[in-house]
Structures are given as structure tokens and as C-alpha cells.
Design a protein around this ligand. Structure first.
Ligand code: NAD
Ligand code: ZN
Ligand code: ZN
Length: 355
């Protein structure tokens, strides 16, 4: 027997932070609470993190992103299953879960090989908050239990950033070709992603980690989370790398900013055979040539989010106490102000909305 279960006690409407126009700020709207169809589940949102990508999305000119407006933002979500569209998913009711934000097809060659974050079928919207309705709302629809990973409900709102900031940082470290063990590493941008990347790196015994961020609070956070040095700019980082490495360069550069300034500087930070991970998307471009402007044998990757199985590993690290997001909680009604704080660097770690 199939049918929707759990909707009886739900309100008819809810709050949702929706983007209506490209290049503008979202609005806090009142919309109907969705009813899950076959295979879908409805989560009561427990917490949703604010990502710098949300700012890139709302700042985007029309025609750049393949998403239809309006949609609800919020792609870093932990929630509790309150309704299922199919009785056969009844065992999920009441379970608290992190949402894997890449709503992959589960069947293409990438999905079958465990690289579902590169699902070839996802040519338009990616998931909730990235083209589909996301978790900056009281409730959120998820198309399948395949995208859920159960978590400990007692762990609280700090788990939400692990679904994106944590997963992306973890995947960026483990999927790149240089072993951080014994390496000289430069981490650029100690915000939501960067502060989690430092923890993932610290567990791998690098020789030296240099954190780069113009904000003093971010540098302090970096030093607390495993960086050996913290500097204000990529120019200062270059001087320090030269000093520490005897002029040979860093083995791994992780750019969580991706601005013109940071990507222009990246080649000059690297040793021969070094790797660069470009994670931030702040409008920079990287020039590649074989005339000596990049070091011999260098490798670059632009990792995107992370596969489902890495999200489980990230939650396991959190359970073991070796990865935890530093969060500041906000209410759904204060979300527009919170986005402004994120934009102007007034937050430490991750801002998390608790509806
Ligand atoms: P954030 O705002 O929390 O952190 C960014 C940090 O970079 C801030 O601390 C800021 O002070 C610092 N910064 C700014 N300019 C800098 C510079 N020139 N040098 C050094 N530090 C600088 O942002 P976030 O949520 O951590 O996201 C970081 C970037 O990663 C964004 O561009 C976001 O869109 C991108 N992102 C990518 C993926 C992916 O899968 N590739 C996933 C999530 C986020
Ligand atoms: Zn994000
Ligand atoms: Zn796929």
C-alpha cells in the first residue's frame, strides 16, 4: 500500500527565503507547506547554513545559472522527516538527517562509480537551494531518501554546515593528488569552508600550514584550528613560504576564495610538482601555459562539493570529535541581515539559521 503519511499535523503555510529576481536579495515569503509525492519526503528544517555561494547565486546576472526563479535558498540542511510520500518509507519518519545537496540520478556512469557529485544528468538545478527549493524555510521537500544521511539529533545546528562547507572541504583535501602529510600547505580564505579544511588537514600531519585571510578574527580562528601561521594576504604568504621552504615553494595550495588576486598569486606560491585546489568562485581566472609561469609538474583541480559516501565520512569524523563547525545561530526572520553579515565578513566560521 502506498500513500502520503504524516501530513495531518502540519500547518498549511510556512516561511521560506525565496529568490525572485537575479541580481537582487531574496525575500522572506509565506508559501504552502509542500506535500510529498511518491518517493519524496518532507523534512522539518532543524538548521540551514548560509554559504558564500548563496551570495554568488543572488548576485548572478540573468541567464548565467540554469535555474528557474523563484526558488527557496539554503543548500546546507539538517532536518527531521515529518512526512513521506510513500508508506514504504515510513521507517524514515522522525529520523534526523543531513541532506546531501547534489540530487544525483543514481544511475549514470559517475553515480555508479561513487562520483555522484559529478552526475552527468545534473545539467540544470543541482539540488535544494541550488535551483530547487531549499532549506531556508520551515519545511523542505527532498525527492528521495537516497539523498539523506541519518545523524544524531542531539548533535544540533552545527551539523548543518558539514553537508556543504564540511563535505566540500573534506572532498577537496582527500581527492587531490598531493598527500598533505609532511607537506607545506597554504589555505586561502578561512571562512565557512576554510575553517573546516584546516581541521581535515591538521589530522593528516602536514609539516606547515599557512592560513591566509585579511580578517583578524578569521586568522585567529585559523590558528586555533591547526594553522601554524596566519597572514593577511597572498603576498605575505609568498614571503613566508619562501622563508620556510628555502625558496622552493608550497606543496599544496587550497584556494577557498578564487578571486583574481588569489588565483593570480597561486602559481608563485607553488613548488615543483605542487597541487592547487580551486574551490572558491569569486571571479578569478587561472592562466595555464608551459613557458614557465607555473611550476613544473603542477596539478590543478576544481573540486565540486563531494560524493554521498564522503558525507557519511564527514559525519563520522564529527561523531568522533575530529571535525566540528564553528557556528553562530540566527533566526529565519533575521536571514537578510545574516546574509549582509556574511557578505561583509562579520561572521566567524559559519552562520546557521535555526527556523
Ligand atoms: P566565507 O565568506 O565564509 O569565507 C570566505 C573567506 O575568505 C572569508 O573569511 C574572507 O575574509 C576570506 N577572503 C576574502 N578575500 C580574501 C583574499 N583575497 N585572500 C584571503 N582570504 C580572503 O565563504 P565560504 O562559504 O567559505 O565560501 C568560500 C568560496 O567557496 C565561495 O566562493 C563559495 O562560493 C565557494 N564554494 C565552493 C564550493 C564548491 O563545491 N566548489 C562549495 C561551497 C562554496
Ligand atoms: Zn555552498
Ligand atoms: Zn548520475
Amino acid at each position: 500500500m502506498t500513500g502520503t503519511t504524516g501530513t495531518a499535523d502540519l500547518p498549511e503555510t510556512m516561511r521560506a527565503v525565496r529568490l525572485h529576481e537575479w541580481g537582487s536579495t531574496p525575500t522572506l515569503d509565506r508559501v504552502p507547506v509542500p506535500t510529498p509525492g511518491p518517493g519524496q519526503v518532507l523534512l522539518r528544517v532543524d538548521a540551514a547554513g548560509l554559504c558564500h555561494s548563496d551570495l554568488h547565486i543572488m548576485d548572478s546576472p540573468a541567464g548565467v545559472l540554469p535555474y528557474e526563479l523563484p526558488f527557496t535558498l539554503g543548500h546546507e540542511v539538517v532536518g527531521t522527516v515529518v512526512a513521506v510520500g510513500d508508506d514504504r518509507d515510513g521507517s524514515w519518519l522522525g529520523r534526523t538527517c543531513g541532506v546531501h545537496g547534489v540530487w544525483s540520478c543514481g544511475e549514470c556512469r559517475k553515480c555508479r562509480s561513487g562520483r555522484d557529485n559529478y552526475c552527468v544528468e545534473l545539467t540544470g538545478p543541482i539540488g535544494g537551494g541550488t535551483g530547487f527549493d531549499g532549506g531556508l524555510a520551515d519545511y523542505m521537500l527532498v525527492p528521495s531518501t537516497r539523498h539523506l544521511v541519518e545523524v544524531d539529533p542531539a548533535a544540533g545546528p552545527a551539523l548543518a554546515p558539514l553537508t556543504d562547507a564540511g563535505l566540500t572541504a573534506y572532498h577537496a583535501v582527500v581527492a587531490q593528488p598531493v598527500d598533505p602529510h609532511g607537506a607545506i600547505v597554504v589555505v586561502i580564505g578561512i571562512g565557512g569552508l576554510g575553517h573546516l579544511a584546516l581541521q581535515v588537514l591538521a589530522a593528516r600531519s602536514p609539516e606547515v600550514v599557512i592560513a591566509v585571510d585579511p580578517r583578524a578574527a578569521a586568522r585567529d580562528l585559523g590558528l586555533r584550528l591547526g594553522a601554524h601561521h596566519a597572514v593577511e594576504s597572498v603576498d605575505e604568504a609568498r614571503a613566508l613560504v619562501d622563508e620556510i621552504s628555502g625558496g622552493t615553494g608550497a606543496d599544496l595550495v587550497m584556494d577557498f576564495v578564487g578571486a583574481p588576486e588569489t588565483l593570480d598569486a597561486a602559481p608563485s606560491l607553488m613548488a615543483t610538482g605542487a597541487a592547487l585546489a580551486v574551490v572558491g568562485s569569486a571571479g578569478g581566472r587561472l592562466a595555464v601555459d608551459k613557458t614557465g609561469s607555473v611550476p613544473r609538474g603542477w596539478r590543478v583541480a576544481a573540486p565540486f562539493w563531494g560524493p554521498h559516501h564522503h558525507l557519511q565520512e564527514v559525519f563520522d569524523l564529527a561523531t568522533a570529535g575530529s571535525l566540528s563547525a564553528v557556528v553562530e545561530e540566527r533566526g529565519l526572520d533575521g536571514v537578510l541581515e545574516a546574509y549582509e553579515d556574511l557578505r561583509h565578513g562579520r561572521a566567524s566560521g559559519r552562520l546557521v539559521v535555526v527556523p
